[in-house]
Design a binder for this molecule. Structure first.
Ligand code: CMC
Length: 437
């Protein structure tokens, strides 16, 4: 069952103490989660803007896709808890759920999987696009460039006002992303690009394109495929984070879907967002041994030291990130399968988690491990290089970005996003000729 948001009979009254005037603002209620004060007419009624850099208290849209309760550590996609999805689903089932609102039945899944599978090849000329990059280019730079370039290759799916073209664009993006990301890796190590294989699942196919070479058959390890499938599910969507909001904001102007997704990838790259998984691994290597963990925890607490524990803290989760728990379990499964015991980085990670979780600073500030804390260690064990970590996040998040973009296009309340500002610059002044400055 789906619900529409309702404007409650409730109002929220604010008083301007400088004029003594009071304003009743409507309060909107969703199905769950905090009530929302509707400030859309606030400027017109009061002449004031609201000020919320970082959007810590501001809802930018209404959505039916993902719900997070950060205090309780809850993450639901279309109502389903993330742990149930991660445990039971193929990634494409979750993609279908995010896109269409419900889990697919057998026929719906078969059709969707077929559509994604048969769009996974890239236009052959895109190979030449890759060779324009330096071999040492970051995979996120390459992925961002190639996804943006799709708009130069697929002219028949650029018109966002045409529902059919939207479906084609959505299918192409989800289908081609594993090819784009794995080819960024192949290009960086000078190996031939591997074409997708239609008899493999989404996760298996990605591993195949990453690790197969033409000289010998490549058997996908089922434990690694299961781990990859789970990792993709855990990263698939996370409501209005920086990259998703970037996709929505770009799309609000009517920009084509490939351009919007490239903007999302650029935003994800930052170390405060998707870049954190790469930063976690670099940090663990920098720490180097278990006995130096205390020293780094001390640095993280020092106000005069910019160092932060990467993989700790979250804007929304003020309790354990539910995705991190599943990631930790997946980490142990992968290590058991690969026979990796006493991996030093895992030892450091576990010591760091233990010390930080017992430390007053982290307890008071509610800083828990987030999804990125364990993902990097798993990727490394699978043989995926550090620079690829964020690109893998982008691959998984593409589904969420596309679902959110589609929801936005269909929203009757859609307006071009246009935040206002608190201007603190010069007031008007007269031009001074250069020789008088
Ligand atoms: N290590 C040490 N102190 C921290 C950390 C950390 N990782 N994270 C936050 N704090 C402190 C921060 O110094 C601040 O202290 P004070 O109130 O004394 O100034 C307080 O906790 C609140 O931090 P904030 O920066 O105001 O919180 P935020 O909601 O703006 O930032 C965050 C959230 C994720 C950017 C931040 O916790 C962080 O930088 N974490 C490390 C990077 C990371 O792991 N990012 C991945 C996020 S999850 C995946 C994703 O969303 O992409």
């Amino acid at each position: 069952m789906t619900y529409d948001k309702k404007t409650a009979t409730n109002t929220f009254t604010v008083t301007d103490n400088s004029t003594g005037k009071s304003y009743d603002l409507p309060v909107i209620e969703g199905t769950v989660g905090p009530r929302v004060v509707d400030i859309r007419k606030f400027y017109a009624d009061t002449g004031c803007f609201t000020y919320d850099p970082g959007f810590t208290s501001t809802g930018s849209c209404s959505s039916k896709i993902t719900f997070i309760d950060g205090d309780e550590g809850i993450l639901l996609h279309r109502g389903y808890p993330i742990d149930q999805l991660a445990e039971n689903c193929d990634f494409l089932e979750v993609a279908y759920l995010l896109l269409f609102g419900d889990l697919p039945n057998k026929e719906q899944f078969a059709q969707f999987e077929h559509d994604i599978t048969y769009h996974s090849m890239l236009h052959e000329q895109i190979q030449r696009f890759y060779s324009g990059f330096r071999r040492d280019a970051h995979p996120m730079a390459v992925s961002c460039g190639v996804v943006g370039a799709l708009s130069a290759f697929y002219h028949d799916s650029l018109d966002f006002t045409d529902p059919y073209q939207r479906v084609v664009a959505e299918t192409r993006l989800i289908a081609k992303m594993p090819t784009i990301v794995s080819w960024a890796y192949k290009y960086s190590i000078g190996q031939p690009f591997q074409y997708p294989r239609n008899n493999l699942t989404y996760a298996e196919n990605f591993l195949h394109m990453m690790f197969a070479v033409p000289c010998e058959p490549y058997e996908v390890n089922p434990v690694l495929a299961r781990a990859m499938n789970r990792i993709l599910i855990l990263h698939a969507d996370h409501e209005q984070n920086a990259s998703t909001s970037t996709v929505r904001l770009s799309g609000s102007s009517g920009a084509n879907p490939f351009a919007c997704l490239a903007a999302g990838i650029a935003s994800l790259w930052g170390p405060s967002h998707g870049g954190a998984n790469e930063a976690v691994l670099n940090m663990l290597m920098q720490i180097g041994s278990k006995d130096r963990v205390g020293e780094y925890v001390k640095r993280a607490k020092d106000k005069d030291d910019p160092f932060r524990l990467m993989g700790f803290g979250h804007r929304v989760y003020k309790n354990y990130d539910p995705r991190a728990k599943i990631m930790q379990q997946t980490c142990h499964e992968v290590f058991d399968e690969l026979g990796i015991h006493d991996e030093p980085l895992l030892q450091i990670a576990m010591e760091l988690e233990k010390i930080a979780l017992e430390d007053d600073y982290f307890i008071e500030k509610k800083l828990y491990p987030n999804v990125d804390f364990y993902s990097g260690i798993i990727f490394r064990a699978m043989g995926i290089p550090t620079s690829m970590f964020t690109a893998l996040f982008a691959l998984a998040r593409t589904t969420g970005w596309v679902a959110q973009w589609l929801e936005m296009i269909d929203d009757p309340e859609l307006k071009i996003g246009r935040p206002r500002q608190l201007y603190i610059g010069q007031t008007q002044r007269d031009f001074i000729p250069m020789d008088k400055r």
